[in-house]
Design a protein around this ligand. Sequence first.
Ligand SMILES: Cc1cc2nc3c(=O)[nH]c(=O)nc-3n(C[C@H](O)[C@H](O)[C@H](O)COP(=O)(O)O)c2cc1C
Ligand code: SF4
Length: 522
Amino acid sequence: MGSNPLQLLIAIQKAFNHVPDDAICRVASALGLPISRILGDVEFYSFLSREPLGTYSVLMSDSITDWMLGSRELFLRLCGNLGVSPGVTRCDGLATVGKTSCTGMCDQGPALLVNGIAVANLTDERIDAISRLMEKQIPPVAWPDEYFRVESNIRRRGWLFQDWQGPILEGEVLLQEMTDAGLRGRGGAGFPTAKKWASCRDAPGSERYVVCNADEGEPGTFKDRVLLQHCAGRLFEGMALCARTVGAKRGFLYVRGEYRYLEAHLEAQLAARRDADFEIELHWGAGAYICGEESALLESIEGKRGIPRVRPPFPVTFGLHGMPTVVDNVETFCAAAAIAAGGGSEFRSLGTAGSCGTKLLSVSGDCARPGIYEYSFGVSVSQILEDCGAGNVLAVQVGGAAGSCLDASEFGRKICFEDLPTSGSVMVFDRTRDMREAALNFSRFFAHESCGFCTPCRVGTGILAQAMERISEGRGTEEDITEIGDLGGILKASHCGLGQSANRAVRDMLRKFPEHFEGGVN
Ligand SMILES: Cc1cc2nc3c(=O)[nH]c(=O)nc-3n(C[C@H](O)[C@H](O)[C@H](O)COP(=O)(O)O)c2cc1C
Ligand code: SF4
């Protein structure tokens, strides 16, 4: 935690159920920073609050897959049981019940966070039992263990989950092997990993850093959660190999706050490492999807609000504290370590011409077997649907809220950088579903998660969400439909990928399932 303002504020929030104004002043004075900077942090990160929250602070996961599993009804049930209004702390200070964007438990939803720790597989009975435990003021540590059990649901293992044990390649040899293997980033954009590491190594700077992006905020994505649980050693090995290649002495693992339940496990894995030359520090997020964007993530590690930087310069030349920095996804570091341990030639033999190797997919929604599936790139959507036990499928959302919505005519399309690039989210909707609900959920998500820095995104996501609210309530107009289509032009001018992709899924849904929206338009 040291002198990092964000980590200090998270600790204060935990200790006092809020960040009191005098603590803001003290943190500012202790760190020699302006009060406005600390205040900015408290107001930016949704897990921090200036107002006291209840002894039990509950946040219900609000992603579309949670909705599909009944989270909205469970939310009202919990509020009713406790006699609280959403977001308002009960007058005796017992509880505050609110909502948060996706908690990364889509394969075992509905889920909630209680005092920051995930409880999955919610049912009416579990909500009633939790309500009683709170009324009796039983602390969460004394609640039944099964409430906090998070399943890994690994349904299909492939190359990445193999136990590669060959002699470890390093430095230039490793870079060549990664280039030959065709390793590209697994966080979504698919940048060639060896090229990124080499650029960082060659950039001028007195220090270098290695950062692992485990923010995993894209709705429907939870594969990094499973890798952190099962392959933390492999991940740290990948980060250390990167550090040795680029010449870094310090690394950071940035984990979304929703995965706090993994803290003891990750700390233990870090403690078991014996590498005096490369130190890895855990850094926790605090409920801001935008911090997954690499430059926002670096700002957040520096203890600031997660506002994306102007790029170029890119992190490889101007990263953490202005020094050359590699930022890679969890799966990318794990793949690099497996390639270093002898997996390169098999990796190269898998996948398609432009997308070598395998990809972990997080499959959720209307299917019999939600969970993690590892496939060679090039797998068709219909194959995934067959394997996960999805029948009568209306639509598949690939790539989360920022991705593409496919109708049945497109299920022959393939997961790969050439066709359907994705960080791994696959959400299935069967024919009982109303795609208006998904469009409403995604548009609210973007309006809520926009960091507000640039006008096209701040205003555009707000207009989109308001239009979808009207359409969902049956008060929409033809102008709303036209406006949603036209918003693409405005959002394209946004500063970062969040704004640029904010209306993509809604636009797809309107075009492919117009009949779902007709009832909402007068
Ligand atoms: C709004 C937004 C959110 C993002 N969230 C994540 C994330 O949660 N995890 C991730 O690895 N990359 C995320 N990215 C991509 C990162 O900016 C970056 O490209 C990635 O971490 C690079 O690692 P890779 O080359 O290993 O894929 C996000 C990008 C945007 C625009
Ligand atoms: S596009 Fe949205 S999230 Fe990105 S910088 Fe602009 S306001 Fe922030």
